[in-house]
Design a protein around this ligand. Structure first.
Ligand code: SF4
Length: 265
C-alpha cells in the first residue's frame, strides 16, 4: 500500500504541473523548419535499412528518433495502456501524444486518458473529427459504424489524424508483430507515404506479455478493460471481449471483414 501522504502527493502534482507549463512554453517558441517530404523519405529509407536486423532494439530506434526529430515527433495512443508513450517519453520527455477522440470511447478509456494526462510527462493532444457524433448522424444517418464502418473510421479517425500529422516529421505507433497476421511484418521504421512522414514502431518485436510486464515494472497506467477481456480496445460499438487464446484483435469490428481502421494500411 502507498505510504505517500496527501501533502506529498499535492507537492508532486504541483511540480508536475510546473514542468508541464515550462514544456508548453518551450513548445510555443519551437520554430525549426519542417523537413520536406523528400528529405523525410530519404531519412526513413536509410533508417529502414539500418534497423532491418534481428539485433535492433527499441533503445537504438528511439535514441535515433530523439536525435533526429525531437519535438517534431508525435506518439499515437489508443489509451488501452500508456506503455508506448511511457517508453517514448524516456527519450523525448513531454512528447506530443495523440488521442483520437472519436466520440465513441468507453468511459474507461476516457478515464485512462485523464489519468495519463494528470500523472505522466506527456502532452496529450486530442485529435477530433470535424463533425460531432450528432452532426454525423444528421449527415449520414444514425450508427454509421453499423452500416459502413470504413467510412465512419475515415471520418472520425483517419482524416483527423492526417490533418494533425501534417505538423510533425515522425509518428510513433504501438503496432506489434504479435497482434495478428495483418501486423506480422511490421518494420521498425518505414516511410508513411499516405501521411508524408516517417513512421516508427518501437514496440514491433514486443509481445503482449512484455507490454504488461513493462506496465507492472514501471507502474504505467493500463485501461481497466485490458484485464476484463479486451486486449485490443477501440470505439465502444466496434469492440467486444475476446476469449482466452483468441486472436487479440478478433474483438474489433466483429461481424465485418474489416480488421484495421485504416491508420496503419
Ligand atoms: Fe466509427 Fe467504429 Fe471506426 Fe470508431 S471504430 S470510428 S465507431 S467505425
Amino acid at each position: 500500500m502507498s505510504t505517500v501522504s496527501l501533502a506529498e502527493r499535492r507537492e508532486r502534482q504541483k511540480r508536475h504541473d510546473a514542468e508541464r507549463a515550462a514544456h508548453l512554453a518551450r513548445r510555443e517558441t519551437f520554430e525549426t523548419r519542417r523537413r520536406s517530404a523528400e528529405e523525410l523519405r530519404a531519412l526513413a529509407e536509410e533508417a529502414e535499412r539500418r534497423f532491418d536486423s534481428p539485433d535492433t532494439t527499441t533503445e537504438q530506434v528511439l535514441t535515433w528518433v530523439a536525435e533526429t526529430f525531437g519535438l517534431r515527433t508525435a506518439v499515437a495512443c489508443s489509451m488501452a495502456d500508456a506503455v508506448l508513450p511511457a517508453v517514448v517519453a524516456e527519450y523525448v520527455p513531454w512528447v506530443d501524444t495523440l488521442f483520437l477522440d472519436t466520440g465513441y470511447h468507453f468511459a474507461e478509456t476516457l478515464g485512462t486518458r485523464e489519468a495519463v494526462e494528470l500523472s505522466m510527462r506527456l502532452t496529450i493532444v486530442d485529435v477530433r473529427p470535424e463533425q460531432s457524433v450528432a452532426e454525423q448522424d444528421a449527415a449520414h444517418g444514425a450508427d454509421l459504424f453499423a452500416r459502413d464502418p470504413a467510412l465512419c473510421c475515415r471520418l472520425r479517425k483517419v482524416e483527423p489524424l492526417t490533418r494533425t500529422l501534417a505538423q510533425y516529421e515522425a509518428w510513433i505507433t504501438g503496432v506489434r508483430r504479435d497482434e495478428g497476421p495483418t501486423r506480422a511484418d511490421t518494420p521498425w521504421v518505414t516511410w508513411d507515404a499516405k501521411n508524408g512522414l516517417v513512421k516508427i514502431n518501437p514496440l514491433a518485436s514486443w509481445t503482449f506479455d512484455e507490454v504488461l510486464d513493462y506496465a507492472r515494472e514501471h507502474d504505467v497506467i493500463v485501461n481497466p478493460l485490458v484485464g476484463d477481456g479486451y486486449p485490443s480496445i477501440g470505439c465502444r460499438p466496434c469492440t467486444r471481449r475476446v476469449a482466452p487464446g483468441e486472436d487479440p484483435r478478433a474483438g474489433r469490428w466483429a461481424g465485418f471483414e474489416k480488421t484495421e481502421c485504416g491508420l496503419h494500411t
